[in-house]
Design a protein around this ligand. Structure first.
Ligand code: URA
Length: 315
């Protein structure tokens, strides 16, 4: 077995999570030792993502070691053209069918989203964030998503991995919520108002809230994503996301669970996953889950008795 084959077998066998576990400490060390973060990381992580998503293609994947040395273009958005005479897909209202791109007909949005992605990934509107970021976090999911979650801004993990909500609150709260709704990350779309991690003062770790001016500068990108993806329902996560998207300062206690409107799209505000991580009571989890039940009803998704009873006290 030559080196290349050995690398490929290694990628196949360790799996996505283990591969990331290996890569992340290396990235953190590189980031600590450089003033500017390495730019090649996106490529290597996108290669890893495709290892996870399409096992059959794994054998053709370039070994991680060589992909780090040779940065490639951002992963293309999956495309599917309409067959001749094919009718546009009718929005699913009563089935649990996924809304991944393979079920949908391209109405011209895919090249536009591809172009938008390129522009977002190379944005230089905020010089302070350009110099502090590892990469821009575009968003993740289906270009045809019926449901879009909107958070505030990438944190440290998201900045390193180039994907929203991959830190603790994402993995331990948002991902579970998505699974409980019987979606996967590939069926929906997840984005943030601010696409770059807010910069931290020299020597300080952790994350800070995006400033209103930073969100206002970045907002046109999210607005374009929403306009092209055309979700049927938006869910904002936390008060900062509503403030960024609607320009209104709100208290979550007042707005959560009530439908708002974004340019004609029903918008459900709910708590930020990090809030739930800090307040892990059944009562708080139930509030978020009730918001998601409203979302599922709005989307016409069937809801089982078991789903209706999540986070209720046992009788
Ligand atoms: N918090 C957010 O609002 N967005 C992320 O992507 C991660 C944490």
């Amino acid at each position: 077995m030559n080196n290349r084959e050995r690398d490929q077998v290694t990628v196949r066998e360790v799996g996505f999570e283990e591969a990331l576990d290996t890569v992340m400490p290396i990235l953190r060390d590189i980031k600590k030792s450089l003033r500017r973060a390495p730019k090649a990381t996106r490529t290597s992580l996108e290669q890893l993502t495709s290892v996870k998503a399409t096992p059959k293609v794994t054998a053709e994947i370039t070994p991680i070691s060589s992909s780090v040395k040779k940065p490639a273009a951002p992963a293309p958005i999956p495309t599917r053209s309409a067959a001749p005479n094919e009718k546009p897909a009718t929005p699913t209202s009563t089935t649990r069918a996924s809304h991944s791109s393979k079920d949908q007909v391209d109405d011209g949005r895919l090249p536009k989203l591809e172009e938008l992605k390129k522009n977002i990934l190379t944005c230089t509107r905020c010089p302070n964030l350009v110099s502090s970021r590892t990469q821009v976090v575009y968003g993740v999911g289906s270009p045809f998503a019926e449901l879009m979650f909107v958070g505030e801004a990438p944190g440290e993990e998201e900045d390193l991995r180039g994907e929203p909500f991959v830190g603790r609150s994402g993995r331990e709260v948002l991902d579970k919520m998505i699974a409980a709704m019987e979606y996967t990350r590939n069926d929906i779309f997840i984005a943030n108002v601010l696409k770059c991690r807010p910069d931290m003062p020299e020597g300080e770790s952790g994350n800070r809230k995006p400033k209103p001016a930073e969100m206002a500068t970045c907002l046109p990108w999210l607005r374009e994503q929403i306009a092209l993806i055309k979700p049927k329902v938006l869910v904002t996560l936390g008060a900062t996301a509503i403030e960024g998207l609607l320009g209104e300062s709100v208290t979550m206690r007042d707005v959560r669970g009530k439908w708002l409107d974004y340019n004609g799209v029903p918008l459900m505000p709910t708590y930020h996953p990090a809030y739930i991580l800090r307040n892990q009571t059944m009562a708080e989890k139930r509030k978020v889950w009730e918001d998601m039940l409203l979302v599922m009803e709005k989307l016409g998704r069937p809801i089982s008795a078991k789903q209706r009873s999540y986070f209720l006290p046992k009788a």
